[in-house]
Design a protein around this ligand. Structure first.
Ligand code: MN
Ligand code: MN
Length: 455
């Protein structure tokens, strides 16, 4: 069902399922505002669905359901299929890191009675969107003795929030002459967190008061920020959006909407011929680098473990397994925003409400740096989607030479597997409040299930 309004498919009874699924999704992104929290919640969902930690397995046989976690930021779940692993794995790969603002290693300072946290933003953000909104703090502080403290401030209704201030219009005449890229600068994204001085302190009394509070509540000192990972994210829950409640507004749709739908598709799919997998990676927004990013050998190593637990292991078997695998790089697409029609070429653009979007290629300036999917592979996907009445569309990221971007598709494609980007269209991508259509969320889930069963 190519490029049609997906809502038309839904009558009252099936609408209930769609709504219920989106409630689950809203709950997921409300609870999971960091990659660590996404992994924690995913482990819980896996265990509830009968998946076991791969470390606890002595052997693997068809029907076994297992998961593996990498450094608390990266998870892969598998359902072992009937065929040998050398026949390849059907993989759904999404990322669970989202654009945000990170603390610097030495972040705390006082200036003119106010206490701030100095930051370095993470991923591609339009900086002016992040000021004068309530923000929350999430993360971990790992102390020298190896113990770690989890921090979550700003989402419990009883919690305070923090945020970034901006000039009043009365005094902004000079500032308003700046370009949008310069109107809020990277070093201007400091988070205001306190203003009450500690009695008896001469130097930085308000900062001392915050340090006292942090020490009392979390047992941490200023130096402990050196080994901390604190992320500043929008405060508040994901909400229904629109008078008709047809959309979801929330933080982190890119790419938690594809992560959740991919994981749920795997959990809800019984044993197939091929082994099936959902892998959730970190660091996509900064180039998929690092030990927990898609470029890490962790996934390859995990697949090697799987082979080793099913049959006598060889390097050749691992290579065959990777080559014969197929993957949907489950990542979001930029939806057409009718308020900004000039950036898209409408015949090759994604629209809210027309289902999951396949991107044959991303890249920029002559498709540079992208995975350009094989037409043979795309034809199979078309057949699968049509046979199962899945609504799908295809798009490019904007007009030719308008801009561009990348995903994890090309990274897995280097193993010689067929990969294509497939995900949910998003409005206001990378903003503190992103918007998706509920029907696209549900169609993506159905499309991912269809892929796992038929790949
Ligand atoms: Mn993405
Ligand atoms: Mn992104």
């Amino acid at each position: 069902m190519y490029q049609e309004y997906a809502w038309k498919k839904y009558k009252e009874a099936s609408l209930d399922k769609l709504t219920e699924f989106n409630e689950g999704y809203k709950n997921f992104i409300t609870k999971c505002k960091t990659e660590r929290l996404c992994v924690k919640e995913s482990v819980e969902l896996c265990e509830k669905a009968g998946f076991k930690n791969l470390d606890s397995m002595k052997e693997l046989k068809p029907g076994d359901r297992v998961y593996a976690v990498n450094k608390n930021k990266n998870i892969a779940a598998f359902v072992i299929g009937d065929e040998p692993l050398t026949n390849g794995v059907a993989i759904l790969g999404a990322h669970i890191d989202s654009p945000r603002i990170d603390l610097k290693q030495n972040p705390l300072y006082e200036n003119d009675t106010l206490v701030y946290l100095d930051t370095h933003y993470y991923g591609g953000i339009i900086k002016y969107q992040w000021v004068t909104i309530p923000l929350a703090l999430y993360g971990v502080v790992v102390k020298k003795d190896g113990t770690s403290v989890s921090i979550a401030i700003g989402d419990d209704p009883k919690d305070p929030v923090v945020g970034i201030t901006d000039l009043l219009p009365h005094l902004a005449a000079e500032k308003m002459q700046k370009t949008a890229a310069k109107v809020i600068e990277g070093e201007g994204l400091d988070i205001l967190i306190g203003s009450m001085p500690l009695e008896g302190e001469e130097k930085d009394p308000s900062k001392q008061a915050i340090l006292k509070l942090l020490n009392e509540k979390y047992g941490i000192t200023e130096e402990d920020f050196v080994s901390a990972e604190i992320e500043i994210v929008p405060a508040g829950a994901a909400r229904d959006f629109g008078l008709d409640r047809s959309m979801v507004a929330g933080y982190g749709h890119d790419d938690r909407v594809c992560a959740y739908t991919s994981l749920m598709a795997l959990l809800d799919t019984p044993k197939c011929k091929k082994t099936t997998c959902a892998v959730l990676v970190d660091k996509e927004e900064i180039g998929s680098v690092g030990a927990t990013g898609a470029s890490s050998v962790w996934f390859e190593n995990t697949l090697a473990e799987l082979i080793n637990l099913r049959e006598p292991y060889s390097d050749l078997k691992l290579r065959k397994s990777l080559t014969n695998s197929v993957m949907l790089s489950s990542d979001v697409s930029a939806a057409v925003d009718p308020l900004y029609p000039s950036v898209n070429e409408r015949r090759n653009s994604a629209f809210l409400g027309k289902g999951i979007c396949f991107n044959k290629y991303t890249g920029s300036r002559g498709k540079s740096g992208c995975n350009d999917a094989q037409p043979e592979f795309i034809a199979k996907l078309r057949a699968m989607m049509d046979e199962n009445e899945i609504h799908y569309q295809t798009s490019e990221l904007g007009k030719v030479d308008q801009g561009g971007g990348g995903t994890i598709a090309y990274i897995l494609a280097k193993y010689n597997m067929n990969v294509i980007d497939a995900g949910v269209p998003v409005l206001s991508m990378h903003a503190p409040m992103e918007i998706v259509s509920k029907v696209d969320v549900y169609e993506a889930y159905l499309a991912y299930k269809t892929f796992l069963q038929n790949a």
